[in-house]
Design a protein around this ligand. Structure first.
Ligand code: ZN
Length: 138
């Protein structure tokens, strides 16, 4: 039995995860890369990294080059469907935030994994989250 004793459990909004999967699917066979932002303990936003190139190394390099602005982690796709982080991925995880999502083909709710900064698989709970519209008029 695996015990999740990660000290700061994070969640992800279901809509955000669905968005990540959809963007990754539409980017394929090109890689998609982005960074994760949170509201409290819920990952609720993805900032897409522009100019993501076609190889895995390039997608990850785009993430490496980002300035250290506030983010909880990164996300990128592996069109091959292999969800294991590469050596370069592990170096990225160590340097850019605490939560790192890899999504792969066929881009459904079970074709993704989350890793911590040490490259260890962590559980990310998927939750319903109400996105607040700032200019909502009712
Ligand atoms: Zn990778």
């Amino acid at each position: 039995m695996s015990v999740d004793n990660y000290s700061y459990p994070m969640k992800i909004a279901k809509d955000t995860l669905v968005f990540i999967l959809e963007v990754s699917r539409s980017s394929a066979p090109e890689e998609f890369a982005g960074m994760l932002q949170s509201t409290g303990d819920i990952i609720s936003e993805v900032v897409i990294v522009p100019g993501t190139e076609s190889s895995d190394e390039s997608a990850v390099m785009q993430l490496f080059m980002l300035p250290n602005i506030s983010m909880v982690g990164t996300v990128h796709s592996h069109p091959s469907g292999n969800l294991r982080p590469s050596a370069i991925d592990l170096e990225l995880f160590d340097r850019k935030g605490m939560y790192h999502i890899i999504v792969g083909a066929p881009y459904n709710m079970s074709s993704w994994a989350c890793y911590n900064s040490k490259g260890e698989k962590v559980r990310l709970e998927v939750v319903e989250y109400e996105f607040k519209e700032e200019n909502e008029e009712w």
